[in-house]
Design a protein around this ligand. Structure first.
Ligand code: FAD
Length: 300
């Protein structure tokens, strides 16, 4: 898609399309409600306090499925915000241009990760027109220090969007809008995805037909550093009795009509790594129990 406006409009269209799906499963009904709540946080609570157009809001992006879903919804809401402003304007619509060309985003590179994920971050930065700040990886640097440096370079940032959910570690008591803790640099955390469950994430993402990191296609469900992440053991093909995915309908009827998940290619190094494992794994979206999502993370 050529411009940020084009991709924002596209995200708006498949989000609307999802909201108009027949309510054929409880997951679809629940996901529609989850989308509506996230959208109301963005449009009513967030965009009324911080402008999405002038760098006050930045987006934290690491190529994972959660922040990707939130990014798609953020873009969809940006389109809605733009259209709403254009409609209220005294000038004819033909004089209105989408007011941004790039979306301010930040990726903190702390530890070595999979090259498939690194390539996915690069390709989605192009697809979604991200202006991605990425720090130089440095031994021992922490997230708060890395964000401190980001803020020194972009002091106009007042708030950062984070794709965290209540089921993530330490996520239970977070709020959709809250300041950072005292040991972090001072800004507002925007966390409008907290109420989403794993099933909501997969239902929406697979329906959207948007590219998904190839690691999810080979059994990963939560991706950290290369030394601390494995495919999820609950997806070992040898242990699986039923091969029914809960999201067959979303895949078959996806907005872009591809009828199969749009997974990014695996890098040759990651393919080699996977070939060295004894087991094969079903795709990440076969796991729908939030409490098992991080079981591929190796505790150090
Ligand atoms: P994931 O599920 O992978 O991450 C959850 C979300 O965090 C992602 O969707 C993405 O939006 C963001 N994120 C994670 N890793 C990166 C990365 N490397 N680069 C860019 N974005 C990333 N913890 C506190 O205790 N107090 C705080 O005040 C606090 N403020 C934070 C502010 C920001 C902007 C971020 C990104 C994190 C903050 N955290 C804070 C940490 C946060 O609560 C999570 O612990 C952390 O994001 C990792 O989450 P996770 O392990 O569930 O990983």
């Amino acid at each position: 898609m050529e411009t940020l406006g084009d991709v924002a409009k596209h995200c708006y269209q498949f989000t609307e399309s999802y909201l108009n799906l027949p309510e054929r499963s409880s997951v679809i009904i629940e996901t529609k409600n989850a989308i509506r709540l996230t959208r109301s946080y963005f449009i009513q609570d967030i965009f009324s306090k911080w402008s999405p157009l002038n760098g006050e809001i930045s987006f934290s992006y690491n190529g994972g499925k959660d922040c990707q879903v939130l990014l798609l919804l953020y873009l969809s809401c940006l389109w809605e915000y733009f259209v709403c402003h254009a409609q209220n304007s005294q000038y004819d619509r033909k004089y209105h241009r989408f007011p941004m060309t790039k979306l301010p985003t930040v990726f903190i590179d702390l530890e070595e990760t999979f090259s498939t994920l690194e390539e996915f971050i690069v390709s989605t930065s192009t697809r979604y027109h991200l202006s991605l700040y990425e720090n130089q990886r440095e031994h021992g640097i922490t997230m708060p220090v890395a964000f401190e440096r980001f803020l020194q370079l972009y002091p106009e940032t007042k708030a950062i969007v984070i794709g965290i959910r209540h089921t993530d570690p330490y996520g239970e008591y977070l709020k959709p809008i809250q300041p950072t803790d005292s040991n972090w640099p001072d800004f507002i955390r925007l966390q409008p995805l907290l109420h989403w469950k794993l099933t909501n994430i997969w239902s929406f993402l697979l329906y959207s037909g948007e590219p998904i990191s190839g690691l999810y296609g080979v059994g990963f469900t939560s991706i950290g550093s290369i030394n601390s992440t494995m495919p999820n053991p609950h997806l070992k093909e040898s242990n699986i009795v039923s091969r029914e995915s809960m999201f067959e309908w979303e895949i078959k009827h996806s907005f872009q009509g591809s009828q199969s998940p749009n997974v990014s290619p695996l890098s040759s190094e990651d393919q080699k790594l996977l070939d060295s494992f004894e087991d094969r794994y079903l795709p990440g979206w076969y796991l729908t129990d939030d409490s098992l999502e991080r079981d591929g993370r190796i505790k150090k």
